[in-house]
Each structure stands twice: as structure tokens, then as C-alpha cells.
Design a binder for this molecule. Structure first.
Ligand code: UD1
Ligand code: CA
Length: 444
């Protein structure tokens, strides 16, 4: 990245009242990961020497959620963004590298943009990430002098009518030389419309002190803040679009990408095809040449090369599918290992099972894995054939190449190569219909 050390400060002390939620704002998720997690991940990509998150008092659940990745400090009173930086600066002491300030509620910020911010500090002392806003209402504005140099940032509430016409807005993201930031912050006062200590004031203060200030412009989508749940869904949409685009660029075919939803950690190899209306949950890994047909819901599953899943399949956590497996429509699978070449083509529930290779599990096969108290395992050997509509009452083992007759209820282990028939024997009563009809007609 840079030969200079980097420290990142993530501001997250805000209350987020507009979310109307018991859950702190920054713990609301995008593609399954809390917003603050996305920001911290992006910060971590810079390999910072320090990563400090500023929380409000009593935000212990946020502190706990980020404890493994970021140190946290507390801003006791919400006195403004400049004040929020202070407890982090106290930790950084005489840090001499580059300080980057991010907002925890601006989760879509990209690594490349932060790199550009770091580069901007080659020629300046303070750099701001601005953007051209379609509607800049509510945002601070970047005020430029006649040579287009950044002069100051004016907050919306303090802006003159002339300044309000500026649509170059402040994203809130700053990069500043660590050596000077404490000096600048110290000079910020709260004589403004909101009575807050504005971080944005450091631009004018830096200019006054003879430091160089500058800005770069980012993309409006990338710097979008999340203040309410409508904006949360906007951010989700943008994030999903990014993932879809990335997968397609990496060799995944999707005829209708907008109908496919990913989790932040979904892994898909190339030459995979994903049909319409497929939804992924956490921890899914798909190897090359797999085909996911329309309307599947897939969570916590590994799918091996060239397997075909769906349409209408539900794969639940702990599903481990090898290569060339076929899972068809209305099949639900949970916590099950399935070896190569096996087929479960239609209408089955398979839970807590181990299935060997080249087995054929007929339509309507159900593993009875639960007796209301505990879960039990069903083991099905290589080459087994389970006839349609069979019930396998676990714990039970079906040996290699065994054959279970259709409609069986299997409660005992089946030896290898055996035929198991677990159903009432069929009988025929000849001429029965005539007797039946006569009796019925007498009853009229
Ligand atoms: C801020 C910027 C504004 C910019 C906008 C972009 C200032 C003064 N203004 O305004 O120029 O256009 O973001 O979205 O910086 N926070 C704290 N402690 C505080 C106050 C805020 O940690 O005392 C945190 C919040 O949790 C949030 C971030 O700082 O993550 C921004 O605070 P917010 O009050 O939303 O600032 P804006 O008024 O939106
Ligand atoms: Ca805001």
C-alpha cells in the first residue's frame, strides 16, 4: 500500500435512532455481515498498524461484535465528529503515519478509493473524499477557491444560499497526516448551527495554519450512508450488484443476476451456472461446472464439481456434496455427506446422513432422523438403490449395493447386496368389487 504506517479510526458512536431498532444501527447487516464489519474489513485490507473504533457509551454488544478485529474506545458524550476522534487520538499518541477516518454507517466504501486517499497525501496534508451529489441536501459541501483548491467544508445547516448550490458534497471520509491531526482537532470549536465539534472544520484550520488540503471525488453509491432501513436496503442492493458483477467477471453465468442473492462469503468457482431466483445463505462453496437450477435456497453447503442442483432444492447447513451428484426438485438436505455420482432426483428429506457413491435415492425417500429428543444418523453405502417412498428410521445402515424395495419402512440395518422389503405383503381378493357394490347398494 504505502511505506508509511496507517491508522484507521472508525466512527460509530452515533445512536442511529432512525433505524427504529433495539439493535444498534451498525450491527444491521448487509449480505449477512453487520455494516461495521464491512467497514472494518475494508480498513483491514489496508493492513493498518492501528484500527480503532469509536463507540458511544453502553455499546457493549458492538464492542463484542468487533473485538476480534478492532480495538474500541468510547466517546462519552456525542459532541460531534471532531470530538469523536479525540479518544482515538489519545490511543495513537505520537503516531507519525497516515490517519484515515471512516464512518461505520458508510459500509460500501472501497479499498481502491482508500488507496487513492492515501496517495493524495503524497502532495497534501489533509485529504477529503468528496462526491458529486444528485441532491446534496443534508451533506457538508466542499468549498473551492477560484483555482479549484479546497478552501473549507461548510455543513448544510451553516451554509449560505450560495453555498447550498454546491453539489460537491463531503462523504465524511478523511485522510490526514498523523503528526498534524491532533493540532487541528484541538482548534475545532462548536460555534455553529448544531453546537457540535465538526471534523469538517479541520480543512479550514489546516489552510489557515499553512498546511495543504485537497480532495478526490468518489462515486455517490460508494459513499452512501445508512440512516434508516430504506437506505439499508439501498446499500444491500448496491452490495448485491457488486457481488453479481464480480462473479460474472470471474466466470459465473447468470441469466438473471438480479434475481440471485448472495451472502458476503459465498464462494463460486468458474463455469458455474446459476439460474433465476436462487438465494444463498452463509458459508456456501461451489466448485467449477456446477449448475444451480432456478428457485434453490442454499445455506452452509459445499457442492463439488459438475453437480446439478434443483430446480427447487433446499440445501441446509452441513451439506457436503461431492462431484457429479444430482439433487433434484423438492429435495431438502441437512448435515449430510454425499459422495460422487449419487442421485437424489425428487421429493426427499435427507438429514444427518452419510451417502456413498453412485447411490440412487428414489422419489419420496425420508430419513427419520429425529424422535423428538435426539437426532440419529442414516448410513447408505456405495451403489445402494432406495426405492421410492421409503422411510429410513435412524439410526440405520444400508450396506453397499443393497436394494430397498419401494414403499419400505426400514428400521433394521440392511446387509450389503441384500434386498430389503419392509412393507405389508400385497394380497388380492378376486371378484371383491362385485360383493362390495352389492353391499353398498343395499345400504341406500
Ligand atoms: C457528516 C459530515 C458531513 C458529511 C456527512 C456524510 C461532520 C460535521 N459532517 O454529517 O459533512 O456530508 O457526514 O454522511 O462531520 N459520530 C460519532 N460521534 C459524534 C457524532 C458522530 O461517533 O459525536 C459518528 C456517527 O456515528 C457517524 C459519523 O460520525 O458514523 C457521522 O455522524 P453524523 O452525525 O451522521 O454526521 P452528519 O450530520 O451526517
Ligand atoms: Ca450521517
Amino acid at each position: 500500500v504505502s511505506k508509511t504506517d496507517i491508522a484507521v479510526i472508525v466512527l460509530a458512536a452515533g445512536k442511529g435512532t432512525r433505524m427504529k431498532s433495539e439493535l444498534p444501527k451498525v450491527l444491521h447487516s448487509i449480505a449477512g455481515k453487520p455494516m461495521i464489519g464491512h467497514v472494518i474489513d475494508t480498513a483491514m485490507n489496508l493492513k493498518p498498524k492501528h484500527l480503532i473504533t469509536v463507540l458511544g457509551p453502553n455499546m457493549t454488544d458492538v464492542a463484542r461484535a468487533i473485538a476480534h478485529t478492532s480495538q474500541s474506545v468510547v466517546q462519552n458524550e456525542r459532541l460531534g465528529t471532531a470530538d469523536a476522534v479525540k479518544p482515538a487520538l489519545a490511543v495513537l499518541g505520537k503516531f507519525d503515519g497516515i490517519i484515515i477516518i471512516l464512518y461505520a454507517d458508510t459500509p460500501l466504501i472501497k479499498h481502491e478509493t482508500l488507496i487513492s486517499m492515501v496517495r493524495k497525501l503524497d502532495k497534501t496534508d489533509v485529504a477529503v473524499l468528496g462526491f458529486m451529489a444528485k441532491d446534496a441536501t443534508g451533506y457538508g459541501r466542499l468549498v473551492l477557491d477560484k483555482n479549484n483548491n479546497l478552501k473549507k467544508i461548510i455543513e448544510c445547516k451553516d451554509a449560505t444560499n450560495e453555498e447550498k448550490k454546491i453539489n460537491l458534497a463531503n462523504s465524511g471520509i478523511f485522510a490526514c497526516k498523523g503528526k498534524i491531526l491532533p493540532k487541528l482537532i484541538k482548534q475545532v470549536d462548536n460555534k455553529n448551527a448544531k453546537g457540535e465539534y465538526y471534523l469538517t472544520d479541520i480543512v479550514a484550520i489546516a489552510s489557515k495554519d499553512g498546511y495543504k488540503t485537497g480532495y478526490i471525488t468518489g462515486d455517490e453509491q460508494e459513499v452512501q450512508g445508512v440512516n434508516d432501513r430504506a437506505q439499508l436496503s439501498d446499500a444491500e442492493y448496491i452490495y448485491q450488484q457488486r457481488m453479481r458483477y464480480k462473479f460474472m467477471v470471474d466466470g459465473v453465468t447468470m441469466p438473471d443476476p438480479e434475481s440471485v442473492y448472495f451472502w458476503y462469503d459465498t464462494k463460486i468457482a468458474k463455469d458455474v451456472t446459476i439460474g433465476q431466483n436462487v438465494v444463498f445463505g452463509e458459508e456456501v462453496e461451489i466448485e467449477s461446472n456446477v449448475e444451480i437450477r432456478p428457485f434453490c435456497h442454499i445455506v452452509g453447503a459445499k457442492i463439488g464439481k459438475s453437480s446439478i442442483i434443483g430446480p427447487f432444492a433446499r440445501l441446509r447447513p452441513g451439506t457436503n456434496i461431492a462431484a457429479n451428484v444430482r439433487i433434484g426438485n423438492y429435495v431438502e438436505i441437512k448435515k449430510t455427506d454425499i459422495k460422487a455420482g449419487t442421485k437424489i432426483p425428487h421429493l426427499s428429506y435427507i438429514g444427518d446422513a452419510k451417502i456413498g457413491k453412485d447411490a440412487n435415492i428414489g422419489a419420496g425417500t425420508i430419513t427419520c432422523n429425529y424422535d423428538g429428543f435426539s437426532k440419529y444418523v442414516t448410513e447408505i453405502g456405495d451403489g445402494v438403490f432406495i426405492g421410492s417412498n421409503s422411510v429410513l428410521v435412524a439410526p440405520v445402515k444400508i450396506g453397499t449395493d443393497a436394494f430397498v424395495a419401494a414403499g419400505s419402512t426400514i428400521t433394521k440395518n440392511v446387509p450389503k447386496e441384500a434386498l430389503a422389503i419392509g412393507r405389508a405383503k400385497q394380497t388380492e381378493k378376486l371378484g371383491w368389487i362385485k360383493i362390495f357394490r352389492k353391499r353398498k347398494s343395499k345400504m341406500k
